[in-house]
Design a protein around this ligand. Sequence first.
Ligand code: GTP
Ligand code: MG
Length: 535
Amino acid sequence: TLAEKITERISERIFCKTFQAIQEERREQAERSVLISCPSKINEKKFLDYLSKHGTINKHFFYNSYGAYAVVEFSSRESIASLKESINIPAVEHEAAVPFKSRLLSFKWPGSQSSSHPMPKFKVQSPPSINEINQLLSEKDSIDEQLQCLTEALELTEENVSLRFLVCSLLRDITGAYFPECIIRPFGSTVNSFGKLGCDVDMILDLEGIYATSQKKGSGLSLEYQVKRGASERAVTQSILSVIGKCVDQFGPGCVGVQNILQARCPLVRFSHQPSGFQCDLTANNRVAMKSSELLFLYGQLDPRVRHLVFGVRCWARVHSITSSIPGAWITNFSLTVMVVFFLQQRNPPILPTLDRLKELAGPSDKCVIEGNDCTIVSDLSKITLQQNTDTLEKLLQEFFEFYGNFPFNKASINIRKGKEQTKPETTALYIQNPFETTLNISKNVNATQLERFVALCRESAWLLQQKEILNRSSDSPWGFAALLLPSVTSGAGVKSRRKRKLEPASSRIKNLLDSLKIKGGETVAKKGSANSSS
Ligand code: GTP
Ligand code: MG
């Protein structure tokens, strides 16, 4: 029954750890782990026996990324120290090596190995292709099942998250040489529960620990550190990141393509970590972004439909080039996620509480003010009571497209703090209030053309979902959610060339449907589309 379902949902949350507790646990596991390049035909048993000489192994897994690698987590940090004692810096021929002792290692196996032993299982770290996704979707029986299946296919795996924390921990070994109290923390989609396999690793160099020394007030006598001064907070951040960028470039094993992007709104060091295949963005002094990640995580935990809808909408947006991996006037994944949250706050009854409500429920230890912005939100999920809303994902998806297909973007802004649209304070195309820095717009970059493309696609998808035909599980043409991923016929002319060759019979079925709509006077949809043909 419905009552049972809701009780079940609530009891699940009572046992749910807080965001901070989960992050701490993962960080601590990463500190006890090593990353080892190894032969692909490795004898797993011998490998583990060899490493076990240094202590008990808690967990391990293998994966492929231009060669085979193993992540090995020991049960105690002493094992890492013991292991390091036994490892040599290689003597390289014709070259020289920077003698930096990291936890990125190579496993050497003398002579050739017999392949008679069983091969280890390699864990996949990349997302399925669009064809594989379509195949998976075609096997499901409803849009609800399709969206659940999509989430499971794209979401970060347990192993992938461990690897992300390990890469942060490896980087900390470098930055820790300058700032022993520092922590490198992942934020963004690595931790906000909306990450898709293959997404970048956003990191923060957290220097808070440095300020945490107990300041005993006593006789009035005290000592303080002499420090180098910079013109501003931003200048100091830039100077720290520039040194770290240089260090990662010259000393960091496996770190390549280091770029210092220090003039950005949020200065960062970007690099590729080859052994993991991750693109990494290291920022500093970015506590608000961490709080935004916690907020999205919390919303994602409250109701399973949130993540399914976000994964669906993000996938739909990516396929139709509404979002892009290149920065520009596009809507970002972050903005899209906030838009889904806002939409779910508007349901009747609401599926998600407002940000103001999450603040009201906060306990004294949740108090958080960052640079004058009150970022307080409740951390104990069991304090949040939800209303009874049993809408299906199919209904929510349809209504999402209708909602944004008709949203008064010209005069209203999206505000998840109030859970209501507000009068737009500026004339930018899309205004989504920054949840914590409330005078800022997170979608300031979006131009009118990109917003129009989004609106046109929302209308087209809403219309497609109204056609019973696409809901019929038909022979071999994509149906349900998969039909929404077919090339758009009304908009997205800017990406036509890339799409052209993919126009297949299945989409001509939809094109016919749409043509019939135009004849019936579906002027708006058709017009929107053609208005964008120059984009
Ligand atoms: P992916 O596209 O999967 O990487 O999603 P993401 O959420 O990680 O986005 P991204 O890597 O672009 O940014 C990382 C985090 O930075 C986001 O989760 C937000 O917390 C924050 N962020 C990104 N863009 C903005 C912005 O325009 N304004 C603010 N205030 N924060 C942002
Ligand atoms: Mg990211």
